[in-house]
Design a protein around this ligand. Sequence first.
Ligand code: IVH
Length: 694
Amino acid sequence: MTDIQQKLKTLREEIRQHNYRYHVLDAPIISDGEYDRLLHELKAIEAEHPEWITPDSPSQRAGAPPASKFDKVRHPAPILSLANAFGADDARAWFERVCKLDERVSESAFTVEPKIDGLSVVLHYRDGIFVQGATRGDGEIGEDITANLRTIKAIPLKIPVSSNQSSVVSEQGELPLFKDSPALNTEYSLPEYLVVRGEVFISHKDFASLNERLSEAGEKTYQNPRNTAAGALRQLDSSITAQRPLTLLIYQIVHAEGGTVPNSQWERLEYLRELGFPVSVDSRNFSNIEETITYCANWEEARDQLPYEADGIVIKIDDLELSDSLGIVGKDPRGATAYKFPSLEVTTTLKDIQIEVGRTGVLTPKAVLEPVEINGVTVSNATLHNFDFIAEKDIRIGDRVLVKRAGEVIPYIIASITEARSGHERPVHPPKKCPACEQTVEKIQDEVAYYCINAACPAQLIRNIQHFVSRGAMDIVGLGIKIVEQLVNEGLVGDVADLYTLEKETLLALEGFKEKKADNLLNAIAASTAQPLTRLLTGLGIRGVGESVAADLTDHFADLDALRAATQDDLEAIEGIGPNIAAAIVDWFLLPFNQQILGKLRDAGLNPSNQLSVVSDQSSVFSGLTFVITGTLPTMTRAEAKEFIQEQGGKVTGSVSKKTDYLLAGEKAGSKLTKAEGLGVKIISEDELKEMVN
Ligand code: IVH
């Protein structure tokens, strides 16, 4: 093997590891910018030597030519469905039925898994390489969506993700400790042909930020995570699929040939995890049905806390031979059932439609509903997406409408129930004037949104400031919407920079302000001048630049001046930044009004630079790692240890959690040590800490 081939091999392994840490473990140890650089390096070598490209190379996730149709794929075994159990009694009835069929069930253990409301997919691996992926189809034959599935970074292109390797040698020296990296259980041998099944979905959080980005850019927002994921999977052009935040969890071995796999569902999940597949952390194994049902009932209460939409919990008899021997009714195996959660869809009356003015001037219709309870929360507003949606669905004021609320996704209207109309319902038309400033409304070509284009529109300014001070941006506590409205309506603040020249006397003259409140607000504003670059950038409200894009930008630019100097091409070269966002950034810096704001912010002492990235460019041994310090260290004080870790790009927090990578423990370590041991967090001494750097 030549040096360059060796380099290629190392790079691929390294990228695979980072990919696994980011997309499966949710615990990255390098910045997105560093990841981009590695991938860029790999692609450069492969461009020189196309003959060395293999289908499992991390460069091969996107770029397949668009297809004209999907081929059919026959599944190696039927892709089955599940019968439902509605509540605890129904689940017990299922248990009793199967006990009657085979009394061994009464002694059996159960494995439970969240029932994700996504799309079932079937993935084929030959000799550890991902070779084909299909939709469920009719359960016998699905469609070949391999090119689309390859773009989902949670899907390993090669298994096991890692051999027993515990470190990767990179340019930054030896990168240690892929802490949770799978170490393969030697009891089983990897099947030559392995077919697994999982559920593709979009998390609540990713869906919300996707829609936020689209709505800021004046584009059509998506209606719900499931349909968005379904649409993305069925794209003939996989480069479109690649732009949607799809992920998946694997829960079943459909077929295995030329190797051995465990016979218990619980052990199979563990085995799949060891191979590098993403497996739900909320899966459990119980030795009897009552504990199983209690777990399901608890999730029914707490379903909003799941990061994705789940419509129930799947209960599976753990012994798969026993389970299979019970047979199938139609398409439902007897050995498993779905403990279903109650529906999140209800009907109510659409009382009115209000129009909100966003900070970019987008006018968004909002439904005012007859209040209705959905899963313990009273819902009185819902999104209606845009005026095209209202027209397409023929939604009228006064209609009975079907509303859904799930997780963190804002409640939305699914449809109106036309059968229930009395004839008095009123159709809705897009506005001709801005409801806040009464100026004429415009529709931009190719965009779905209507805009108020008045730069001095007070409603836009209020939203702008509200966004600037919000928790994800400058986090100015105490500056709520009421005060923002007061400041704008009294003409005291004409842009975000004016917040920094507010004086105490001015505040005291406002209704509701006393000494203490004025002091607190001024202190909070002053404290925000120390916020880092990402937050300031998020706060500026540039179209398409939310928290995550701002973080990408700060990985590449040290301060606002550097960003201002960036060209459209510079920006588009960053992964995750497309031509629209790049153009919005360039345009934003060109506007004299914005240049004035930047000047005023600078005068107020806001000119953050991104020192972290400077450190991480050189040596960021601890970048992405989180430490907790406890006890008395032999030579360092805790403050010194903290500084030492931060200098190497690490983060130090106060309490131990699942997210903690290391507990740095000295003498007389107490409860934190116990907790870390319980969670399996790696515990290190001061010496070991220093060794990691050397
Ligand atoms: S097991 C015998 N497990 O729910 C295997 N299904 O009607 C039957 N689903 O179409 C499926 N999460 O798409 C199983 N952990 C899980 C699941 C799950 C989601 C979906 C699956 C299936 C439907 C069942």
